[in-house]
Design a protein around this ligand. Structure first.
Ligand code: NDP
Ligand code: MG
Length: 396
């Protein structure tokens, strides 16, 4: 490798952002931080700027920008502060940038991630919602710009590692029969169904194996995360929903598997620490130290597998239906879920109502074609408004 790579970290103050900066800091000979972005955690963003000295930092609005600017001046840093979605798109597509970590949570990450794609950057994709919403358009943009798209989601990174290098020729062409997408089952895998009415946001966010942001933690509890990942896998690997099977594996040691026609099944294993897929994607096709401890199979001792229970996890069924319906359905599923999860985190709805809201939104609006980005945002807005109507009608 010839020169130091310039990296933009979108969503630097989050869980994936911090893990990315941890890996980057281990390899100053390879990577330099070009830009960091935050949203609500401005003090944390300032501390990250002091540590990593980026050329640019991005915050959502002017008041946050002046606070950050003051702190940067006091620390003697010349980091330039940019504002809003335009600032995010600028640092994602700047000519100096080699790779962009897309780690903003939710639909808010779509435009900046697409800006990086259109500029032909190497994309380290954590923000699965962006791909779920805009699937075909996103993949067309990748094809057009020649951008290299590397999955950060641990399952998709595992699948990527188990696929042959020429998988883009088509799964049947390269002898792949099925993708086996593993799921931990989250904190409510064994909770009596009647108790799910009363579970709190804190319980939903207490994931048994992974430490993550609050939105994806709730998605993991409801298994909507696995539903979004099913759709993500279909786009990344050009698979049909029927070629992706979800396998509950409570230990989260096998991060997913690929089943070949000759009966071989390749798996990727590792400790549940996102620094492994992050280091894998950052250095691909090389390998670098991630700081993750070696896997101790003797300490793990056993690996268990179960079929997912769709009565317990209705969000998984809803996501599979949206994957099969295609067009506007995944964007609507995603947006309805974002509204429902926020309402649950704000204690306005009970946990089982997340699925009720999504179910109602999907059944009230017929699927429509999404041939351009405007249609994606129309689907997103329609679903948000239907979900808000549910909340109002039910007095929340
Ligand atoms: P966090 O909530 O920890 O971090 C989210 C980041 O996005 C923060 O930097 C946050 O800023 C920023 N952000 C939030 N809202 C906005 C907005 N409207 N505009 C711009 N920036 C915003 O989430 P995670 O790091 O856990 O997840 C990030 C993405 O990675 C998600 O799409 C998730 O699905 C995916 N992912 C995460 C995994 C994990 O282990 N955490 C695993 C696999 C995928 P601030 O904090 O300053 O408000
Ligand atoms: Mg995952």
């Amino acid at each position: 490798m010839s020169r130091v790579q310039q990296i933009t970290v979108l969503g630097a103050t989050g869980s994936i952002g911090l893990s990315t900066l941890d890996v980057i800091a281990r390899h100053p000979d390879r990577y330099q931080v070009f830009a960091l972005t935050g949203f609500s955690r401005v003090a944390e963003l300032l501390a990250l700027c002091v540590r990593h000295v980026p050329r640019f930092a991005v915050v959502p609005e002017a008041a946050a920008a002046s606070r950050l600017q003051e702190g940067l001046l006091a620390a003697g840093l010349s980091t330039q502060v940019l504002v809003g979605e335009q600032g995010l798109c600028e640092v994602a597509s700047a000519p100096e940038v080699d790779a962009v970590m897309a780690a903003i949570v939710g639909a808010a990450g779509l435009r900046p991630t697409l800006a990086a794609v259109e500029a032909g950057k190497k994309i380290l994709l954590a923000n699965k919602e962006a791909l779920v919403m805009s699937g075909a358009l996103f993949m067309q943009a990748v094809g057009k710009s020649g951008s290299v798209l590397l999955p950060i989601d641990s399952e998709h990174n595992a699948i990527f590692q188990c696929m042959p290098a020429d998988f883009s020729r088509g799964l049947s062409q390269v002898g792949v029969r099925r993708i086996l997408l593993t799921a931990s089952g989250g904190p409510f895998r064994q909770t009596p169904l009647a108790e799910l009415e009363h579970v709190s946001p804190e319980q939903a966010c207490a994931h048994p194996n992974w430490s993550m942001g609050r939105k994806i933690s709730v998605d993991s509890a409801s298994m909507m995360n696995k539903g979004l990942e099913l759709i993500e896998a279909c786009w990344l690997f050009d698979a049909k929903p029927s070629q992706v099977e979800v396998v509950v594996h409570p230990q989260s040691v096998i991060h997913s598997l690929v089943d070949y026609v000759d009966g071989s099944v390749l798996a990727q294993l590792g400790n549940p620490d996102m620094r492994t897929p992050i280091a894998n994607a950052l250095a691909w096709p090389e390998r670098i130290d991630s700081g993750v401890a070696p896997l101790d199979l003797f300490a793990i001792a056993r690996l268990d597998f179960q079929a997912p229970d769709e009565q317990r996890f209705p969000c998984l069924r809803l996501a599979r239906q949206a994957a099969e319906a295609g067009d506007s359905a995944p964007a609507m599923l995603n947006a309805a879920n974002e509204v429902a999860v926020s309402a649950f985190l704000e204690r306005r709805i009970r946990y089982p109502e997340i699925a009720s809201i999504i179910d109602e939104v999907l059944s009230r609006e017929p699927v429509f074609a999404v041939n351009e980005l405007g249609a994606v945002f129309a689907a997103d807005a329609k679903a948000r408004s239907l979900a808000e109507q549910w909340l109002q009608r039910n007095g929340r």
